[in-house]
Design a protein around this ligand. Structure first.
Ligand SMILES: Nc1ncnc2c1ncn2[C@@H]1O[C@H](COP(=O)(O)OP(=O)(O)OP(=O)(O)O)[C@@H](O)[C@H]1O
Ligand SMILES: O=C(O)c1ccc[n+]([C@@H]2O[C@H](COP(=O)([O-])O)[C@@H](O)[C@H]2O)c1
Length: 188
């Protein structure tokens, strides 16, 4: 599952769990983006903090893991590189599925190497509050859509709450809430 995870929240975790169940996936690898170029101009927490929060959030799940491929690669993060790197790790026989929000996949034609990208994996778009799956234009036959219970949480709201000193409990996993407080993240 790809994302900026700034911070990771229960919407991401539910999305990964539901997509894994719906598609019968053996493993879900969370891949925090190193430099999400389409979020340029936004203040983004340090990649190591986002990586560690993702590790804390997923540690208890039997088939969730976290990959550093995107944060260890210099420069802007492109999913075409992510998928090549993961193919190198998992080998030619692995069936790769790239899970993310259906809203994000609606912009896939703007991603680097969009045509090659669609040959490197199946894409899985999960539903998200505020977006109508029927209205999102997706490449025909290349994307599986998975409807998940609506959890109206965004990283933006989590950051805003942290900045205002409002609680993050139950929007993010407990260890992530503690990590944000201990490190003083998003205080502005
Ligand atoms: N509550 C949610 N339900 C379903 N999908 C979600 C939810 N939150 C995020 N996603 C999806 O997970 C992917 C990665 O999300 P990302 O890390 O950018 O978090 P975000 O909450 O969208 O962040 P931000 O508010 O900073 O833009 C995105 O494609 C997004 O659509
Ligand atoms: O490859 C690209 O050009 C590209 C452009 C925008 C987003 N992505 C990926 O899409 C995923 C979700 O992105 P975001 O910005 O919604 O967190 C994340 O893994 C990004 O690296 C990839």
């Amino acid at each position: 599952m790809g994302g900026t995870f700034d911070p990771i929240h229960h919407g991401h975790l539910l999305a990964a769990s539901e997509a894994a169940y719906a598609l019968g996936l053996d493993e879900v690898v969370f891949v925090p983006a190193g430099q999400p170029w389409q979020k340029d101009g936004r203040d983004i927490a340090d990649a190591e903090d986002r990586y560690l929060m993702t590790v804390l959030a997923t540690a208890a799940h039997p088939v969730f893991s976290v990959s550093r491929v995107d944060i260890d690669r210099a420069g802007a993060t492109y999913t075409v590189d992510t998928l090549r790197d993961l193919r190198g790790v998992y080998g030619p026989e692995a069936e790769l599925h790239f899970i993310t929000g259906a809203d994000a996949l609606g912009g896939i034609h703007t991603w680097k190497g969009a045509e090659e990208l669609l040959e490197l994996a199946r894409f899985v778009g999960v539903s998200r509050p505020g977006y109508d799956l029927g209205e999102i234009e997706l490449p025909a036959g290349k994307v599986d859509l998975v409807e998940i219970p609506m959890m109206d949480i965004s990283s933006t709201e989590c950051r805003e709450r942290a900045a205002e000193g409002r609680p993050l409990w139950y929007l993010v996993p407990d260890d992530v809430a503690r990590y944000i407080a201990l490190r003083g993240l998003y205080r502005g």
